[in-house]
Design a protein around this ligand. Structure first.
Ligand SMILES: Cc1cc2nc3c(=O)[nH]c(=O)nc-3n(C[C@H](O)[C@H](O)[C@H](O)COP(=O)(O)OP(=O)(O)OC[C@H]3O[C@@H](n4cnc5c(N)ncnc54)[C@H](O)[C@@H]3O)c2cc1C
Length: 415
């Protein structure tokens, strides 16, 4: 793989840009791999990348039914933060956030990580108490957040309406190194690095069955034929229950549509990420000038990638209350993704009842921010067969043992 650098850009400029090579190869499947990762979203690709980088396992295929990054990874609103309440979550999300800080250098690919600062608005007394508690927990966890009053909120976000009308802003939980990254670039950067290590990324290759013998995984059947493997990692977000059924077990996951929309592009007017969870809406401005707006999940289980009308109306209404200056903006595009929700709103990184088969799912509405940390922890689980410290609390057994990691305040909102 030729490295990207300022010298490469200059060399190619002299060369009429004819020398750039494809970012990743598109090979035909081999008969067998040591590890197959199903799902070329951010989590699947990051799992493969850290398998190679941290454990030297490179005989790996990432199998994707569509195009890489075409699932939730290419559909989210790109918010990155680690201000979670429970210790295991804070450790995992902060690991991810800290890896994001150096990810462009690590992958030699600009993922456009922008730690512009993130505010979670408190608009009820209940939220004030909840977020102050989270700030205190974050202090103990080594996650840098702080509580700020309405004056500082207004100074950071001049277009905000502090006074209401329904819910005045009472303060905010502020994470200065939270922000955004370019979602496609995260998938593309990991894919390029995996391909450079000799891994195969098999797009347009749908898994249709999981083959097993003597209680352990043997391989998969795909739309491009059967492929054998030593270990299987299922990392397919909204389709996790479908893959689990193929492998012969059930998951405590509900799949629902979550949607987002962007406005027409306007001049820069908001340079932080703002989440307003009581009225429910969150907003940031993209480099192109569009306001990126996130809504809520549908209230019923479904596999559509569209989302329903009432969310658009409710979300836009909530944001106009908070940012009246945007009331005349036209909305440009709307789309949806299928998110995988657990009961405690925490992810699953786990061994499964099928030998040598592992699952990474349950990131629900908030897994983009976790991609590097999740890949790091999942690679360790797959390589060693046992979870390391980051994944230890996120096993499937927690649902049987009643050991929930309750993040319904930090993660029960869409972001
Ligand atoms: C509208 C929206 C907004 C969001 N906003 C945020 C946010 O601001 N911040 C945040 O942190 N998170 C956010 N999220 C959540 C985040 O996008 C997801 O948690 C994360 O992208 C999940 O990544 P993944 O790699 O697990 O799944 P995906 O990116 O969905 O990848 C799974 C892949 O598996 C493939 N697959 C499925 N079945 C098969 C099969 N049978 N064979 C082969 N391949 C298969 C799919 O095609 C897909 O590409 C949002 C999600 C949505 C939908």
């Amino acid at each position: 793989m030729k490295r990207y650098s300022v010298f490469a850009v200059a060399r190619e400029a002299m060369n009429w840009h004819t020398g750039w090579e494809r970012a990743w190869r598109s090979p035909e499947p081999r008969r067998r791999y040591d590890v197959i990762v199903v799902g070329a979203g951010g989590h699947g690709l990051a799992t493969a990348y850290y398998l190679g980088r941290n454990f030297g396992i490179t005989n790996v295929a990432v199998v994707e039914k569509g195009w890489l990054g075409g699932g939730n990874t290419g559909r989210n609103t790109t918010i990155i933060r680690s201000n979670y309440l429970q210790d295991p979550s804070a450790a995992l999300y902060e690991k991810a956030r800290s890896l994001y800080e150096g990810l462009s250098q690590d992958l030699n690919y600009n993922v456009m990580f922008s730690p512009r600062g993130l505010l979670m608005l408190a608009q009820t007394e209940h939220e004030v108490r909840g977020y102050k508690r989270t700030v205190n927990a974050n202090l103990l966890q080594g996650v840098e957040t702080r509580w700020i009053g309405p004056g500082e909120v207004k100074a950071l976000v001049p277009i905000i309406n502090i006074d209401g009308p329904r819910y005045p802003i009472l303060g905010a939980l502020y994470q200065e190194r939270g922000g955004t990254a370019r979602h496609d670039a995260v998938a593309w950067g990991y894919a390029r690095a995996c391909s450079a290590m000799g891994m195969d990324i098999l797009q347009n290759c749908e898994v249709t069955a999981v083959r097993q013998a003597n209680g352990a995984v043997q391989g998969i059947d795909t739309s491009k034929g059967p492929i054998d493997c030593g270990k299987l990692a299922i990392v397919v977000a909204g389709h996790s229950s479908v893959l689990a059924e193929m492998a012969g077990f059930r998951l405590p996951i509900e799949s629902m549509a979550l949607q987002a929309l962007v406005s027409e592009p306007i001049k820069p007017c908001i340079d932080v990420v703002v989440m307003a969870n009581t009225v429910h809406g969150y907003i940031s401005q993209s480099d192109k000038g569009e306001l990126v707006i996130g809504g809520g999940t549908d209230g019923f289980v479904n596999y559509t990638q569209r989302g329903s009308w009432q969310h658009i109306e409710e979300t836009v209404r909530a944001l106009i209350e908070t940012f009246p200056v945007i009331s005349r903006l036209k909305m440009l595009r709307q789309w949806g993704g299928i998110v995988d929700m657990t009961g405690d709103r925490s992810p699953i990184l786990s061994k499964t009842p099928l030998g040598n088969c592992f699952v990474n799912c349950g990131w629900g509405t908030g897994g983009f921010k976790a991609i590097p940390g999740s890949g790091w922890a999942m690679a360790e689980l797959v390589a060693k067969g046992e979870p390391g410290p980051l994944a230890a609390d996120f096993g499937l057994d927690r649902f049987r043992e009643g050991r929930f990691i309750d993040e319904s305040v930090a993660a029960g909102v869409a972001h």
